[in-house]
Unconditional design. Structure first.
Length: 389
């Protein structure tokens, strides 16, 4: 259905190289006028518009593709007509399409009117003798007073009950009500991380009491709270998240450390309350096709989905450094080299003797000994000669 952002039956892992279209982070409730669900009020006259009369009514709406879901609303934009073939979608108060509208400034007072008038309260609790048609006329005129600065012309309107109830609502409206929560919103629409980590948080805001996470998760992937505790059965077709009511809740996607790179899409489904005061505006832009903006008059239960996705990269592979091979080396002893004198000529040539280097001293020694012997002989000869003289 157009108002439910459908997802397939299963959640599957996929390569991060694949391209996925962006997914809406909130569930748009799309409505169209449904005259069978409306309720007429009396005509009124407004100051500054001459003799022009304005129809008032509780405008009937139907949720697209939910034929049995009906919504009632009041108008918050003059003098734009309502076009039956144009869809309207739920938006925050500050998204009113008319920049001159006073709705954003006075939306709190308008909500006060809605919660203190018909149809949220039966007419018997409002004012004695007030009919439903008169209550609708007075309530719509009071809303136009704050959304478009239009004042009721009591003389031309000519109905005392309408005038009195209009005056009560305008005089007592208080800007004290907070903006109603959306039926379903999840932020962000996409989150990235890596395997082995919690991916999130995904924040859910809704008027529902329970959120269902639909789909079959990839092997090992879980949807958990912040402490890593699975919200329900890990691989169930529907995972029940914690009740949220009007509160905000968070959940995470846990991916195993050894998971390959991938992506998972999942759908959150709620049966939520479409709160009174929620603003509906034209869903397709274009001034030539402009249709009036509406506010929900009374709470209505609707079923809506919103999608989100988690994407992850594979965890880096940690390579352990290899242990180098241990080699035991025996220390080499230090060798001291001693040079032995070369053997004299005719020596034994012992293998333990090292070869002589440089000039040998054997020959000078021999010559010295010969000279010494010659000198001694000469001296002996001279002494004998002297003795014989």
């Amino acid at each position: 259905m157009a108002s439910r952002l459908r997802i397939g039956a299963a959640l599957v892992g996929a390569s991060v190289a694949l391209t996925f279209s962006a997914l809406p982070a909130s569930a748009d409730v799309i409505v169209k006028p449904d005259h069978s669900a409306g309720q007429g009020g009396l005509d009124v006259y407004l100051q500054g518009f001459g003799d022009k009369k304005f129809d008032t009514s509780l405008i009937g709406l139907k949720v697209i593709d939910q034929e049995t879901t009906k919504v009632k609303a009041y108008c918050v934009e003059l003098p734009t007509p309502l076009k039956g073939n144009k869809g309207l979608r739920e938006v925050p108060w500050d998204k009113h399409p008319n920049p001159s509208s006073k709705f954003p400034q006075n939306s709190g007072k308008i909500l006060w009117i809605l919660t203190h008038s018909y149809p949220q309260k039966p007419v018997k609790e409002l004012r004695e003798g007030l009919s439903e048609q008169e209550a609708i006329a007075a309530t719509q005129a009071a809303i136009w007073h704050f959304s478009d600065e239009a004042k009721l012309n009591p003389d031309k309107t000519g109905n005392d009950d309408v005038v009195k109830w209009y005056e009560y609502l305008v005089e007592n409206a208080k800007d004290e009500a907070p903006q109603p929560k959306p039926t379903l919103k999840v932020e962000p629409e996409s989150k990235e991380g890596k395997a082995g980590e919690q991916i999130g948080p995904f924040t859910v805001t809704t008027t529902a009491d329970q959120v269902k996470v639909k789909g079959k998760l990839p092997k090992g992937v879980t949807i958990t709270d912040k402490d890593g505790k699975p919200l329900e059965n890990v691989n169930a077709e529907e995972l029940k998240a914690q009740g949220t009511g009007d509160k905000v809740s968070e959940f995470f996607v846990n991916v195993p450390k050894d998971a390959p790179a991938g992506e998972a899409k999942f759908s959150l489904e709620v049966n939520a309350e479409l709160k009174a005061g929620r603003l509906f505006v034209q869903s397709d832009a274009g001034d030539e096709n402009k249709t009036q903006s509406l506010v929900v008059a009374a709470p209505t239960k609707v079923a809506v989905d919103a999608e989100a996705k988690a994407k992850w990269v594979a965890a880096p592979v940690v390579t352990q450094p290899s242990t180098p091979e241990t080699t035991t080396t025996t220390p080499t002893p230090t060798t001291t080299t001693t040079t032995k004198p070369a053997p004299a000529p005719g020596g034994s040539g012992n293998d333990d003797d090292l070869a002589s280097t440089g000039a040998s001293i054997a020959w000078p020694l021999g010559i010295g000994v010969a000279l010494l012997a010659a000198g001694g002989a000469a001296l002996f000869f001279l002494r004998r000669k002297k003795s014989s003289v």
